[in-house]
Design a protein around this ligand. Structure first.
Ligand code: S3P
Length: 449
């Protein structure tokens, strides 16, 4: 167990820093590369633990993945029918994306497999993928969810399809905007005899659609509907040759710190600015701060930019609907911005946060209160009263959730003394150099094992 001690900012954050490459795109580059016909080259690959879970699972499915350098991997794709039966359970660690996307592929295989995860992943809901996949013929069993009757969770047992059986077409209206659900269904659709349509309430991150299209998959997007039409397709995916963009969900912590700590000026370089991910930039703007966006063209079929913020006053606002869907991983750090805003910030339509690595609405409510910030927890969001002056230094447990740990670290920069964050090793899930980056920006953070 690692704890970090974050000291109040004695000086502004100043500097220009990189962030790890986008975790969501990294998962997809590995998995889709494995299904491609030939060798995919992936540069600026982040070795966050979640991405490493995907790599390990693919290796266990017979895919060769070479580490060419600390930031480059080569994936030896064997085509969509090239995976081999694993000899043991596939460990997805803390990564919901690994489990849900790989499940979409494994559901169509002739061999059986078992997907397991850590304590957090073993509480996350899996009916959202199992149920639509079963509707198209997949044979998936989960463990009963420990708290929700009728829900299932990991381990997932996926039975190989009997000889001569294949998945069928599917019309699926997802009740939630979820790129993991959408991607699992689309991937299974590559193997189906029939058309796949997935519709979601708001467009969730569309990295799968962009990458599959670039690889020659029979995919089309029409507003909130995505279609896979395998008829007439030769079943072959091309290869990838990508420099991955920086992760806006990691950048968000630095942008928030730069906005709320007096005198700060922070630039984060080469960040992916896919419009399905930039809700946090809109939120910053609406709160009166705003990031300066310097567009730099595209990487891996995704727009990228340098993002610069400076300290400035914030005002509380109401956030919900599609803006929350486009900032689904940034709600915890939005809470830190809200803590410093003038007036009340109301976050609604954020029910999905209850089924992330932790129940992020409940966990953030606890963290905010520990720092002396008043907030009301609602079923689908939070109401946060901004506070002037120093926050209360405290000790918090991040409940095995990387984004809670980093949000607490940012709040701690405003506290009246050093704050302790327990369980901070989980930050390595997505941003292994987070502490080093805060230090590079002039802040004092001690790490204690
Ligand atoms: C992700 C999708 C989102 C997000 C997660 C990564 C992805 O989850 O919260 O961090 O890579 O597809 P949901 O699909 O559950 O919304």
């Amino acid at each position: 167990m690692t704890r970090i001690v974050v000291h109040p900012a004695q000086s502004p954050l100043r500097g220009s820093v990189p962030v790890p490459s986008d975790k969501s795109i990294g998962h997809r580059a590995l998995l889709f590369g494995a299904l491609g016909n030939g060798v995919s080259h992936i540069r600026d690959f982040s070795r966050g633990e979640d991405n490493l879970s995907t790599a390990a699972a693919l290796r266990a499915l017979g895919i060769r993945i070479d580490d060419i350098s600390p930031s480059e991997v080569r994936v030896y794709g064997k085509g969509i029918f090239g995976l081999e039966a694993p000899t043991a359970s596939l460990d997805c660690g803390n990564s919901g994306t690994t489990m849900r996307l790989i499940c979409g592929v494994l559901a169509a295989q002739p061999f059986s497999s078992v997907l397991v995860g850590d304590a957090s992943l073993t509480k996350r809901p899996m009916n959202r993928i199992a149920e639509p996949l079963r509707r198209r013929g997949a044979l998936i069993q989960g463990a009963p969810h420990p708290k929700k009757a009728g829900e299932i969770t990991a381990p997932l047992h996926i039975q190989g399809l009997p000889d001569g059986m294949s998945l069928t077409g599917l019309e699926f209206e997802s009740p939630v905007s979820s790129a993991q659900v959408k991607s699992a269904i689309l991937l299974s659709g590559l193997y189906a005899h029939g058309t796949t349509h997935v519709r979601e309430p708001y467009v969730s991150r569309d990295h799968s659609e962009r990458m599959l299209q670039a690889m020659g998959a029979p995919i089309r997007t029409m507003g909130t509907i995505v279609e896979i039409e395998p008829a007439g397709w030769d079943g072959k995916l091309g290869v990838l040759d990508l420099d991955l963009p920086g992760d806006i969900s990691a950048a968000a912590f630095l942008l928030a710190a730069g906005t709320i700590v007096e005198g700060s000026q922070v630039t984060v370089r080469f960040v992916g600015t896919n419009p399905t991910r930039t809700g946090i930039l809109d939120m910053l703007r609406d709160m009166g701060a705003g990031a300066h966006v310097e567009p730099l063209g595209e990487r891996a079929g995704e727009p990228i930019a340098n993002l610069a913020v400076s300290h400035g006053p914030l005002v509380g606002r109401l956030f919900g609907g599609e803006m929350v869907a486009r900032a689904i991983d940034e709600v915890p750090i939005l809470c830190a911005l809200a803590a410093r805003a003038k007036g009340t910030t109301t976050i609604c339509d954020a029910r999905e946060l209850r089924v992330k690595e932790s129940d992020r609405l409940a966990t953030m409510a606890k963290v905010l209160r520990a720092f002396g910030v008043s907030c009301e927890e609602r079923e689908d969001g939070l109401v946060i009263e901004g506070r002037e002056g120093p926050l209360t230094a405290c000790r918090v447990d991040c409940e095995h959730d990387h984004r809670i740990a980093m949000s607490a670290a940012v709040l701690a920069l405003l506290a009246d003394g050093p704050s302790v964050i327990d369980g901070a090793e989980v930050i390595a899930t997505s941003f292994p150099k987070f502490v080093a980056t805060l230090r590079a920006l002039g802040q004092r953070v001690d790490v204690e094992d």
